[in-house]
Structure formats: C-alpha cells, structure tokens
Design a protein around this ligand. Sequence first.
Ligand code: ADP
Ligand code: MG
Length: 342
Amino acid sequence: ERTVQRIAAGEVVERPASVVKELVENSLDAGASRVAVSVNSGGTEGIRVRDDGVGIPSDQLEAAVAEHATSKIGDIEDLNRGVGTLGFRGEALYTVGAVSRLTVRSRPPDAEAGAEITVEGGDVGEVRPAGCPAGTTVEVDDLFYNTPAREKFLKRTATEFDHVNTVVTGYALANPDVAVSLEHDGRETFATEGNGDLRSAVLAVYGREVAESMIDVDWTPEDGGVDRDGSTGAPAGDPAVERVTGLVSHPETARSTRDYLATYVNGRYVTASALREATLDAYGGQLAPDRYPFAVLFVEVPAGDVDVNVHPRKLEVRFDEEPAVRSAVEAAVEDALLDHGL
Ligand code: ADP
Ligand code: MG
C-alpha cells in the first residue's frame, strides 16, 4: 500500500518547483519576514526553505506532517488565494514526505528550544529536540527516490532550476515586504531586501537596467480607456477589473522570451494568456520583432469573477468577463506608457 501511495504522490508532486511553491507558501502563511530558499541540482538533489515565521510548537510537529493534518480550505477566499495547490489541500508536507526524506525543524519565537521531525518515504520518525533559530526550516532530500517521476529529472537540472527560479521570483515580486532569497548549488541567484518597495524587489531579481527602465502602472476604472488604437477601456457598470498596479518596462528593455511577464490576480501568481496578450497589445508597434517587455502586474477583479480551479496544480485562471479584463489591462498599461510619452 505504501508503494501505491508513493506512486500516487509522485504523480501529484509534479517537480521540485511544485514542492518549493508549497514550502514558500507555508512560510508566507506563517507571517515570515524572511524566506530563504536553497536548492541543489535544480532541486532534484535537495531543497531547503528557511523562514522566521511563527514556527510550529514541538507538540504539533507530528500533526503538521500527517495526512489530513490541517485542511484549512474553508471558503472561496482560500480558493482564490490558491491555498494548497499541491495534491490534496492541507496535505503538502504529508505528500512530500511520502516521496522524499523530509525534515521539519522549528522553534516558535517564544519557545526556549526547537524540535524536529523526519519523514522518510512516508515513515514518520520521532520528534527530537533540535537547536535552531526562531522560525521553521524544511529540508527535502532524495525527492522522488524510488518513483517513476525520478527518472524524468536525472538530466534536467537546468530546466528544473528555471522552474524553481520562476516560482521563487513570483513570490518575491508579489511580496516586496518579505526578504526572499534564492540560492542554487551554493551560489546566490537573488535576494530581495523586503523593504516593501516593488521597484527594489525588481532590482534584486532582474538587475539595475531593468529596474531603472520600469514605469509605474496604477489604474482604476475611473481612469477610463485610452484610445491610441481605439480600445475602449473599461465598460460602464460594475467593473470587471477594480484596479491594476505594478511596473512595466520601457519598450527598449525587452527580451526574447515572455518569461518576464509576471501577472497576479487578487495577489495570486497566475499564467493567463489574456493578461500577457493585453500587456503586449498595449505596447502597440513599439516592441522590436520577437521582443517582450518585463512586467509585474497586479490585477484586482471581483472575487466571484475568476475561476482559479481550471486545473488544481496549474496556475491558469479563467475570467467570467475575459474581454473586459483584457481591455482594462491594456488600458492600464497604455495609460502608463502614454504618461511617459510612449
Ligand atoms: P496546509 O498549509 O494546507 O495547512 P501543509 O501540509 O502545507 O498544509 O502544512 C501543514 C501545517 O504545518 C500547516 O497548516 C502549518 O500549521 C504547519 N506549517 C507548515 N509549514 C510551516 C511553516 N513554514 N511555518 C509554520 N507552520 C508551518
Ligand atoms: Mg501548505
């Protein structure tokens, strides 16, 4: 039965990046002001996420890694935040523990001593005392050991790291008030300051040239549409989009990939082609052929208007009013570019 469990979990845990996503989300849920992610060989050889959040009291460590530990999916609000997208909700640590060697070490800030627990291929060990700073460290080794998923990762560490980087970057940009860092094979990839400033987070992640080229976006339906290319902006009545904020790059600061178009809906990182296309459309003919800008865009829509469960493990969303969302995002970006004479 354990093997069946392990194979099932191996299919649910798609790749190292999906584990990193869950661990970072837990750290943010724990109110961390620092989240340090460190992976080896793209995460296939080891993942460690350390935070300074509320911690886990030693008498709750076992429950934290158990099946149906703390299913906290209660309402649509949670769904919209995308809580627990890995496997069954509220079972991320349990699922990861079934396909790896998982160690959770933690100390709540007011506790004198810390404690740790290890799960190996689903076998839960004893809670032991452990010296550690306030907060939680989760270590995942031998991910997918003994599962079919493992073979897929043997030669693909660069690809896996790209996925890890995308996930951690996504959270770093969405949470500029949290100091997020990423390390790969002992070398720092980036570290944000956590000072609350989005431009500063962009500087840490994408570098100075990109940060300096960034243009502020801040749009509400009252700003209306702009008609450079005849787009009408937001329709009258209840707005499909309540606000769009963020940063987009000058058209000359562009790359040959769409990977740097980060979009968030109601605070949740999503991949929505409608949002990407709307952003690109806003640039009109200003981008060189096959060049794409940098963008970090936070789109706020009424909670009931977005379906985040197109696929439980993916980041896709579907909008009830996609054309209206598109034209609002296009208007927001166009507005920002026009403000800069672009
Ligand atoms: P969920 O997050 O959906 O509750 P998880 O399996 O991801 O399920 O985590 C189980 C529980 O372990 C959490 O509800 C939380 O109580 C605790 N936990 C996990 N990671 C952390 C962390 N970094 N800091 C504090 N508590 C944590
Ligand atoms: Mg979780």
